[in-house]
Design a protein around this ligand. Structure first.
Ligand code: NI
Length: 185
């Protein structure tokens, strides 16, 4: 089942999400729904706050990026209660988009290597070093758990330039090819 995507302006996107408990009800169904929602909207990552749930769950499938970034091939993950323990490598600026910010693409500078700790879909503990574009996806999604969005990383001038687009998203006037919930609709 696809879930509606909460758009910029929705308070849930600005909350710090909570860890999930070991006995979280219907976790597998939620994960399946999050993957389905992500695939249907052509995303490569989705965090639970984007479907209105303030929980620390992330799904990622980098496969569509593999042509440009070979490290994305086969990078499919469920990250539960994820922590970024270390960010290293050089900072690289690349364009990002977000299902909660339809029509907005801006360059964001991020480190290229992260070490993460998380529970996988079976709630097994994992630790992993993630590099290149995958590190970008992880950091972008992790931001959602912290109540942040990629536009928080751009300069005040760029932010000013996209202000009317942001207002359109809030009003529910942004064009969106997937089911979404804006504040104003
Ligand atoms: Ni996003």
């Amino acid at each position: 089942m696809t879930l509606p995507v909460y758009l910029y302006g929705q308070p849930v996107l600005r909350k710090v999400a909570e860890n999930i408990e070991k006995e979280y009800p219907e976790l597998n169904e939620l994960i399946a729904n999050m993957f389905e929602t992500m695939y249907r909207s052509d995303g490569v990552g989705l965090a639970a706050p984007q479907v209105g749930l303030s929980k620390r769950i992330i799904v990622i499938d980098g496969e569509p990026m593999a042509e440009d970034f070979p490290e994305c091939k086969g990078f499919k993950r469920v990250l539960i209660n994820a922590q970024i323990i270390e960010r290293t490598g050089e900072e690289v600026a690349l364009e990002e988009g977000c299902l909660s910010l339809p029509g907005i693409h801006e360059k964001v500078s991020r480190p290229t290597v992260v070490r993460i700790k998380y529970l996988d879909a079976n709630l097994d503990e994992k630790e992993e070093v993630v590099e290149g574009f995958n590190a970008r996806i992880v950091q972008h999604e992790y931001d959602h758990l912290e109540g942040k969005m990629f536009i928080d990383h751009i300069s005040p001038i760029r932010k000013q330039l996209i202000k009317s687009k942001l207002n359109n998203i809030i009003k529910g006037n942004a064009r969106c090819s997937y089911r979404a919930i804006a504040v104003g609709k």
